[in-house]
Design a protein around this ligand. Structure first.
Ligand code: ACO
Length: 467
């Protein structure tokens, strides 16, 4: 059901869903491998340190924890109820939750508006709204909070811990990509699967992350369809003063929009309309899933670029040329190196290098040359941010360069300017990239991806200038 407006009680109470102290799993099945059993196991394995209450009328114990026949029988307060019973039973267990005064509900169960059962969905939403209990779902994978170690889902494990709050209309997609967050060190604070978004939708989660969650620095959205457009615009405008929002809109082709309809009951709408809505809302667009993660990673780790002049510093001419094209594509066309910066750049290169932007330190560049050039560029008052490109050569140990770039990132932090790195090469280079990301420096394997990330940082900087 469409949200009537952005509701204060939802924004205040979402913390009971994202950071609960006690969780009841209603439909905690006895058999390993069933979803209700897995949610209990995930909470235990994820290291949740609050209270876990399995609810199952046919069991005394689930995975070594005392089970209760109904949520009403739990002796303590329950912050969050996760519902994993078949659709026909959901209404009666929500009635129990209302009587128990639980503070938030997540309905994992499928079989609602996505298959035409809108009446039942509307009934459960009306109950929750009447008693001011926010409801996430139905038809979701659950909620995962890496900071608080809450894996209230049937996803494989918690994501790699970081600063991105990810809200997704697809549950399967996000949990499938959890392994990838570990491989790529794309850190998430929270993942929320919102499925049919029958009650709480994107808008209120966006405001929650911006205003109530200090663990989140950037919001990433996977959107199939919006049904409360004006509230979405209002929420994004309100939130983007504090936090950047990046969105991937799927279902833009004719057939893709039909697929979205049967997946989560969403009206997908045309790409043109969405683009206009996102622009009005101050949302930064992503081209695909990889770009969504790339852009939100940079925005979660770095300050926005406050000036248009982005310096690119490379050891390879080819990478520099690609980055120049990419810079135009991503709205940060490269400008000339400021005059007084040219002699400084020349100190770090042989005579056949180039101090033009992109600055080519040549294949002879040593980590200390990169460091000097990057720091001088960062300190120049006209420069808004720096992109470092490194093509692997046998004369440089990529880990030595990574360590120098980490030192440079501390200078960037002091200057309040973004630094984005691109390391191109094989296994050795990948290890250095992972290390840099673990230490808070967004690092990418191609110039295109690094420039897209810097483009997003500048876009957010421009947005803040307008607010
Ligand atoms: N209170 C508490 N527990 C109850 C109640 C009740 N009122 N009624 C039944 N139960 C128990 C059952 O006894 C059972 O436990 P048991 O196995 O120990 O007997 C447990 O609840 C589950 O009930 P089942 O009838 O066995 O249901 P099942 O586990 O097969 O399915 C489920 C339930 C998982 C919710 C299913 O209906 C469903 O919706 N599956 C899809 C979930 C999904 O994919 N969600 C979307 C994810 S996003 C994506 O795209 C992947």
């Amino acid at each position: 059901m469409r949200i009537p407006k952005i509701r204060d009680y939802v924004i205040k109470n979402l913390k009971y869903i994202m950071k609960p102290r006690s969780i009841a799993i209603i439909g905690a099945a006895r058999e390993p491998g069933k979803i209700g059993n897995q949610v209990v196991k995930n909470l235990i394995d994820g290291g949740f340190n609050g209270k876990i209450y399995p609810i199952n009328p046919k069991a005394d114990q689930i995975l070594g924890l005392k089970a209760y026949p109904t949520v009403k029988a739990v002796p303590d307060d329950v912050d969050l109820a996760i519902i994993v019973v078949p659709a026909r039973v959901v209404k009666s267990v929500i009635q129990d939750c209302v009587e128990k005064k639980v503070k938030g509900i997540v309905v994992i169960t499928s079989g609602f508006s996505e298959v035409g059962n809108r009446e039942l969905e509307d009934e459960i939403v009306s109950m929750c709204r009447k008693y001011k209990i926010p409801l996430i779902g139905p038809n979701v994978v659950g909620v995962l909070n890496a900071t608080q170690k809450v894996n209230a889902s049937f996803g494989p494990k918690l994501p790699y811990k970081g600063k991105i709050g990810f809200v997704s209309q697809s549950g399967a997609l996000v949990i499938a990509l959890i392994g990838w967050t570990w491989n790529q060190r794309v850190g998430m604070s929270t993942i929320v699967s919102i499925g049919n978004k029958a009650d709480v939708d994107f808008s209120e989660l966006i405001v929650y992350f911006a205003e109530e969650d200090p663990d989140t620095n950037a919001v990433a959205l996977y959107i199939e369809g919006l049904d409360a457009g004006p509230e979405f615009v209002e929420a994004c405008k309100r939130a983007s003063k504090k936090i950047p929002i990046v969105a991937l809109k799927a279902g833009i082709s004719e057939r893709g929009s039909l697929a979205a309809m049967s997946h989560t009951g969403s009206m997908a709408g045309s790409a043109r309309i969405y683009r206009a809505v996102f622009k009005q809302a101050g949302v930064i667009l992503a081209e695909n899933l990889e770009d969504l993660y790339d852009r939100s990673l940079a925005l979660s780790l770095q300050p926005p670029a406050r000036k248009d002049l982005i310096m690119v510093i490379t050891n390879g001419g080819g990478a520099g040329v690609i980055s120049t094209d990419a810079a135009e594509k991503y709205g940060i066309p490269l400008q000339d190196t400021p005059r007084d910066l040219v002699p400084k750049m020349k100190q770090y290169m042989p005579p056949f290098g180039s101090a033009k932007n992109p600055v080519d330190l040549t294949g002879m560049a040593r980590p200390e040359d990169y460091y000097g050039a990057v720091v001088d560029a960062l300190k120049h008052p006209e420069v808004g941010g720096v992109v470092v490109l490194y093509c692997h050569t046998a004369i440089t140990n990529p880990m030595d360069l990574a360590k120098k770039m980490y030192e440079a990132s501390k200078v960037a932090e002091n200057e309040n300017k973004p630094l984005v790195v691109c390391f191109i090469g094989g296994e050795e280079v990948d290890r250095a990239s992972i290390w840099l990301k673990e230490n808070g420096v967004p690092t990418y394997p191609s110039p295109m991806r690094a420039m897209s990330a810097m483009g997003a940082l500048r876009e957010y900087g421009r947005l803040l200038e307008k607010l």
